[in-house]
Write a protein that binds this ligand. Structure first.
Ligand SMILES: [Fe+2]
Length: 342
């Protein structure tokens, strides 16, 4: 793991920076704040920026954690019961700003029209009724390991998690491609576009608000849901691996993959990769103030099961998707500076 702990001096430097930004904006979703994030990020401590750049460019590990950000647990108040509207009047606004600036040092943050009502910064918290459903807001069922948005060609380079609360030290699980025995895996077979990957449940219309309140956005979003439906009915065949054959990038979400129609070699190669991933899965319990940046090309991630409390003290994380190539999704976005994929 690529790990940095903020020092008291870093904290002293960050406090006025974050307070100043927090007083100029009222909500993390403010498009102007998100637009300015890469410029504001230049005011982060140089050693933090160097640390993030080392992770981005050198890929020393698939997991990067910045810890030591101050979180006042008492000031946070109860964990919201749902992600809807949790961004307004946020008790964690300064932490959200820090998280956004670190993300902006790695790439461009973006969102999905089909996920959490098109917000950029998501909440990860247990939702009543989702306990046994395969989605990030479940609890009693573990969240199966996956590449974030593996089904989509515009998936992020990084999925980032900032921990606000984790009272039961529930573990996030991560497998680093660097830990796998690649010569023992049928890499050639996995580079072939033979693998059907379905969209995951977080992108389904039943997990979205009926209307965003903007008819033009609703129309675009309806088109996006339609595309996702068509991918469910007619899955696109893609490779599981890409990049360097000696140290490949991965994209797979076995829970949302259907193996029917695959050749015997494809099935065996896929099973061989999954077995290695299972054997090399590592757990990490994020603590309040930890910001974890998971390389979505070099790692798969998931979460262990837990019993939600629903008393306001539940595990609560913030999540960001980050891309190094916003232009790569231009066909999916209505304007060059629009960060939502429709
Ligand atoms: Fe995920």
């Amino acid at each position: 793991m690529h790990h940095l702990t903020l020092t008291p001096e870093d904290g002293e430097r960050l406090a006025p920076l974050l307070a100043g930004i927090a007083s100029a904006y009222s909500v993390i979703e403010d498009p102007e704040l998100i637009r300015r994030a890469p410029v504001l990020a230049r005011s982060l401590p140089a050693r933090l920026l160097e640390f993030l750049e080392e992770f981005r460019l050198g890929e020393p590990s698939a997991l990067c954690v910045v810890s030591g950000l101050a979180v006042d647990g008492a000031a946070l108040g109860p964990t919201p019961e749902h992600w809807r509207d949790s961004q307004f009047g946020s008790p964690a606004f300064r932490q959200e700003i820090f998280f956004l600036l670190c993300a902006a040092a790695l790439g461009d943050v973006f969102g999905w029209a089909t996920q959490q009502d098109g917000r950029i910064m998501h909440d990860v918290l247990p939702i009543k009724g989702h306990e046994n459903y395969e989605i990030g807001s479940n609890s009693l069922q573990h969240l199966s390991w996956h590449t974030e948005d593996a089904f989509h060609p515009c998936r992020g380079d990084y999925v980032a998690l900032m921990c606000l609360k984790n009272p039961d030290l529930v573990e996030t699980v991560v497998c680093d491609a660097g830990d796998l025995d690649w010569p023992a895996i049928d890499v050639e077979a996995l580079f072939e576009p033979e693998f059907t990957q379905m969209p995951d449940n977080s992108h389904l219309p039943e997990n979205a608000a009926e209307s965003t309140g903007d008819p033009a956005v609703d129309r675009l979003r309806a088109r996006s849901f339609e595309l996702i439906r068509s991918w469910n009915e007619h899955p696109v065949k893609r490779p599981v691996l890409s990049g360097d054959r000696l140290s490949p990038y991965m994209a797979l979400d076995p829970y949302h993959m259907r193996t029917d129609g695959w050749s015997a070699r494809s099935v065996a190669a896929f099973q061989g990769l999954c077995d290695q991933i299972e054997a090399n899965m590592r757990g990490i319990a994020l603590r309040p103030g930890d910001c974890a940046f998971i390389d979505n090309f070099r790692a798969v991630h998931g979460r262990k099961s837990f019993t939600a409390r629903y008393d306001g003290s539940d595990r609560w994380l913030k999540r960001l998707n980050i891309t190094r190539n916003l232009r790569g999704s231009r066909a999916w976005r209505p304007a060059p500076d629009n960060r939502i994929i429709y």
